[in-house]
Design a protein around this ligand. Structure first.
Ligand SMILES: [Mn+2]
Length: 397
């Protein structure tokens, strides 16, 4: 017999689907949250038959279970942990663990892609185009590579995963992977996925107006409350507010904190690690502990949300050679313009701010971090210019 303990997200369930395809009714699969895995491992070690082969995928165990599994392995127990989280790398010291974040070609891995490779190498499954396509969709979703590759199929696979129950998803996928030459979505799925896309877009638009900004150590973070679509939200908010180093997503009901970034200069597995969590450089999470609560919830609750940049402007545009106008909540106005290609300056209420900036982005980042300013609407820009002309006339007289 085989037993698979896996994560309850798309990548984790991808492993379960592969296990069922490989071992049929010889495998028992159980999906876990990060916190429930350790109880399952303890249960397995205490109650399961000694010759059952245990797989753990897309998750890692705590220190006590790490020791227990090592003892189990040394006593000829069969166990294999397969993971791709940066915070699990040290498990590679054990004969029973295989943790790879990036393969030899520099491609980011996922648990499903590693497990597929394992099953093929050990001849538990015969490779096929359909399987390879499915595994690649899961990998691209989990590593967020789908976005730069514009692979919407991957994103849609995850949306479908959340629309139906895990059991239904497993059943559908197993059926499809066994019976067709290529991976596809059927017409009904395509229709509900279109509706889901529109719904996610509306959700994110609303959340964009709820982000508060706070300084945490040397970094600036945006904080938002959300129960769903964390990856999509983290990504869109990151792009909307690129001056923020990362986005903190609070799920109060689940008492969980998610961290997301679009930047390369920060490692969020470290940030989460500080609160007893873990994950990847660009996406990580931790429990909402008392310390995390104080930092992310209590101390930021009364802050006012950031305002979005004006989106429909025709005249007041970023990087414009006529300059760009910003505003803050205190009704200060900031005018950003360039003297030459590499020298940008900011005027606050028509008085030049100390220092200059190497690019428009640097100047804007400074403004947004220090003043929480936003790109003003065209009408404000026009009155600003008119007022400027009046002032000039007076000066000439
Ligand atoms: Mn994963």
């Amino acid at each position: 017999m085989y037993k698979l303990l896996s994560h309850n997200d798309l990548d984790g369930v991808g492993c379960g689907i592969l296990a069922k395809l490989a071992f049929g009714d010889q495998v028992k699969v159980r999906y876990n949250s990060i916190s429930s895995l350790n109880r399952e491992v303890e249960w397995f070690l205490e109650n399961d038959q000694k010759d059952t082969f245990l797989f753990i995928t897309d998750l890692s165990v705590n220190e006590e279970n790490e020791k227990r599994l090592e003892a189990f392995f040394k006593a000829d127990g069969k166990v294999q942990l397969i993971d791709h989280h940066k915070t699990s790398i040290h498990f590679n010291d054990y004969g029973w663990a295989h943790v790879v974040v990036e393969d030899e070609e520099g491609k980011l891995t996922s648990a499903t892609s590693l497990f597929y490779e394992y099953l093929v190498t050990h001849q538990f499954i015969s490779p096929s185009d359909t399987l390879a396509e499915f595994v690649e969709l899961v990998r691209q979703y989990d590593t967020w590579e789908w976005e730069k590759n514009n692979n919407h199929q991957a994103h849609r696979l995850n949306a479908l995963f959340f629309l139906v129950s895990i059991e239904e998803f497993e059943e559908k996928m197993i059926d499809r992977l066994m019976s067709s030459a290529h991976f596809y979505f059927d017409d009904f799925e395509k229709r509900i996925l279109d509706m889901e896309d529109a719904k996610i877009e509306r959700y994110i638009r609303r959340k964009r107006r709820e982000v508060v900004q706070t300084k945490l150590g040397a970094h600036f973070a945006g904080i938002v409350y959300a129960e769903s679509y964390h990856s999509e939200l983290g990504n869109e908010l990151g792009k909307e507010f690129p001056h923020l180093d990362y986005i903190v997503i609070l799920n109060m009901g689940g008492k969980r904190v998610g961290f997301r970034t679009i930047h390369d200069h920060i490692d969020l597995s470290e940030v989460a690690g500080h609160f007893g969590g873990g994950g990847h450089a660009k996406a990580s999470g931790c429990s909402l502990t008392e310390e995390a609560y104080k930092k992310f919830v209590a101390s930021t609750f009364l802050l006012e949300p950031l305002r979005e940049d004006a989106k429909q402007n025709r005249y007041n545009l970023k990087r414009s050679s006529f300059g760009s106008l910003y505003k803050n909540r205190k009704d200060d106005i900031f005018f950003v313009y360039s003297i030459n290609e590499h020298e940008w300056v900011i005027e606050k209420n028509r008085i030049k701010v100390e220092g200059d900036f190497g690019s428009f982005e640097e100047a804007e980042k400074f403004l947004k971090r220090n003043d929480e300013a936003w790109l003003a609407w065209d009408d404000t820009f026009v009155s600003f210019l008119m007022d400027g002309i009046k002032r000039d006339k007076k000066n000439i007289k």
